[in-house]
Structure formats: C-alpha cells, structure tokens
Design a protein around this ligand. Structure first.
Ligand SMILES: [Zn+2]
Length: 243
C-alpha cells in the first residue's frame, strides 16, 4: 500500500527539480543586474534595469531621499523654494546650474522636479551621450526644452486629470546641440531617415526605459516638435506609455 505514495513523492521531486533547473537557466539567461531588482536602492551609475523607472517614480514621494541622491550625483544644482497651490504645488523642483556638463538643460531657467532631474541625469549619461558619440561622433552640449512646470490639466482641457507638468514631474525636450555645433531638432529631423533621425529614435527608446510616459512624433501631431517625458505613478505593476 505504500508504493503509490513513494511514486507520488518521486514525481513531485522530479517536477521540483525540473522547475528549479528551468528557473536557474532563466536566471542565467536574463543575467539580472542590480537595477533589475525592485528592492535595491536606485543607483545612478549601474546600468538601467527593469526596476529603474519604478524607483524614479517612487522618489516623487520622498523629497529628502531624492535630494540626497542628487547631491551624490555630483550635479551642481539649486533646489527651488516651494511654489504653486493645490494640484499645482511643487516642493521638489531643482535648477541645474548652467555651464555644468551633467545636465545641460536649456533654457537655464527650466526647473524640473528632483525625480525628473534624476531620470534625466541617467538618460543623458547612459543614453544620450553614448548614442551621440556612436551615431554622430560628438557629445551633446545642450538639451533644448520647452519647459517642465505648467499648471494645467492634460491636453490643456478645462476638466479631467491634471498633467504631470502641473507638479514639474514632466519635461518637453525639443532638440539637442552637439559640441561640434550641429543641431538636432525633433521637428526637423525625426522623419529625416538619416543619422540625426536614428539618434532621435534611440534616445526616445532609451527614455522609455526610465519614464512612465514617453511620447514622440510617433504618438500624434501635438508631439511633432518635442518629446514628452513624465513620471505618472501607475502603481507597482503600472504600465508605461512609449510611443
Ligand atoms: Zn509635455
């Protein structure tokens, strides 16, 4: 009477071994890095991983941790005084000093939220500069923007959800200037089919790994002249928009 139990146990052990082996193969194949793990603190220098975007969004609820991370990045910046009211209250905006190379935003007055600045720092160091070097043979000296803070609802409507721009957790990027003086514009070069177009597509794709929402001219005519990046919080398993 005990034989069937032993067979059942053996079967279960074999299944367990098969599943464990499959997980081991999967783990070895994926080679997860530190930024793939959701429980490690965000690192600006580790390669971008599956959890990087969610860790950046989590910083929107932790001003002190975000500012500490920004201090540690070596970026020369100034925290802004809190401003705005209600839905448009901003307490964590920062302004990167002009002339410093880590986050060369233009105009110099643009002041995104601290978590946005963190995402942009990673984007410029791990995506923008390597792609510019590889495709265009020059570094980027300026990232041109249409600004960050704007107290308004989505699509400029009079009702509905508030835009991430209303808390400075968004940035509109319109183009890039290279160290050799060349200019790359989203409006003029996106559909060009040349190296500038390839560069724009690569930096858009890289932004998709970091921001909750990344919109380009591929999305609609309203984005024909800029990329929109934001940190909308869509929860732990939240989706991200990449168009
Ligand atoms: Zn925008």
């Amino acid at each position: 009477m005990r034989i069937p139990n032993i067979i059942g146990l053996a079967r279960r052990l074999i299944w367990f071994a098969i599943v464990a082996f499959a997980l081991l193969v999967l783990f070895a194949w994926l080679k997860p890095g530190r930024e793939d793990m959701p429980w490690t603190p965000l690192s600006l220098s580790e390669p971008i991983g599956m959890s990087t975007g969610r860790k950046i969004v989590a910083l929107t609820d932790d001003r002190d941790q975000c500012l500490a991370l920004l201090e540690g990045s070596g970026l020369d910046f100034t925290p802004s005084e809190p401003f705005g009211a209600d839905q448009c209250r901003v307490e964590d905006a920062v302004r990167a000093s002009s002339g410093q190379p880590l986050l060369p935003l233009a105009p110099a007055s643009v002041a995104p939220s601290c978590p946005m600045a963190i995402g942009l720092l990673i984007w410029q160091a791990q995506v923008v500069q390597p792609q510019a070097q590889e495709i265009l043979g020059s570094r980027v000296s300026r990232i041109e923007t249409f600004g960050s803070y704007s107290c308004r609802r989505m699509y400029g409507r009079s009702e509905g959800a508030w835009s991430e721009h209303s808390t400075a957790d968004a940035l509109d990027v319109s183009g890039f200037v290279l160290e050799d003086g060349r200019r790359i514009s989203v409006l003029n070069d996106w559909f060009g089919g040349d190296d500038k177009a390839l560069f724009l597509k690569r930096v858009r794709d890289g932004a998709c790994e970091l921001f909750s929402t990344t919109l380009s001219p591929d999305y609609n005519a309203a984005h024909a002249d800029h990329f929109h990046f934001d940190l909308a919080n869509r929860g732990a398993m939240g989706w991200s928009a990449c168009r």
